[in-house]
Design a protein around this ligand. Sequence first.
Ligand code: ADP
Ligand code: MG
Length: 321
Amino acid sequence: MAEFEIIEKYFKALASSNKAARNLADDSAQFAVKNNCELVVSKDIFIEDIHFLLEDGGYKIAQKLLSTNLSDLAASGATPLYYMLGFGKSKNIDEKFIAEFCKGLRDLQKKFKIKLIGGDTSAAPKAFFSITIFGSVKKNQNLARFNGCENDLIFVSGNIGDAFRGLQIKLGEKNNYTKSQKNYFLNRHFFPTPQIILGQNLLAKKLSKCAIDISDGLLADLRHICKNSKLSAEIFLDKIPFYEKNLPLNQQLKLMSGGDDYELLFTVDCKNERKIINLAKKLNLKLSCIGFLTKKQRCEITLFNSQNQQIKLTKFGYEHF
Ligand code: ADP
Ligand code: MG
């Protein structure tokens, strides 16, 4: 397929009935942002054999690509609006792949009420995708990793390490899980849940000023909060929400430094703790308090076991190089 055929046949459908996209027939997209709002923008790149395997198929690859972008908006408390797609087409991407890829995007577009408004397409030696996503927040509202305060409680949504388990299963590592457990973990790996509604609620209800989405691993991303907020964290192993109970320590540490959870890690003033518990009920979400921020030491994480002994941390998360 030629470049313009792909755009005509597949991408235009993802941009239809959307003025901003100008029917994917112009040099740029153009849209207004509401008067009392600010634009929130984020970009992710996704490279064959680093972020995905082509054999995963177009549907799963597209879902993960767009979900991880949405997750960045979630961590900013933003409402998603539009996105642009960079598409590097390698020789082994065929039309079936593109059709499935677009189906993956379309299903998420519907769920999050967003539209494609443009992009760029080129031949590439390896498959390559990139999305730039646009969202909005009310003026002067900030949910950011540098906003943590001393004594804030640290909360996390969902479970830690389910996606990493899914990756292990995908890579064929030995395990004793049932078929339905395997499917559950694989789904967590391929189909992350961008916590958009949680992020919006935290920001709009002023329940949190500080959040990050967990992409590289709980410990690595908590360390980003610490460094950027110039604080340290004390967290408790028996408070970390793992799918499995009573895992050996080395397993627990592995899950805390395995990436791809795409859950929200956020900090909360103690006086709002009750409100967070109520929000969890209202949104039917698991929200766990795992520790607190402190001035002690230098932007580091201290992990305690149930006997209040300190556990030495060596690996924090996935690093891209
Ligand atoms: P230009 O030469 O100005 O870069 P192109 O011919 O590359 O324009 O693109 C034509 C139109 O198709 C533009 O509206 C562009 O946004 C859109 N487009 C190209 N590639 C993609 C893509 N991967 N996803 C969405 N829209 C795309
Ligand atoms: Mg172009």
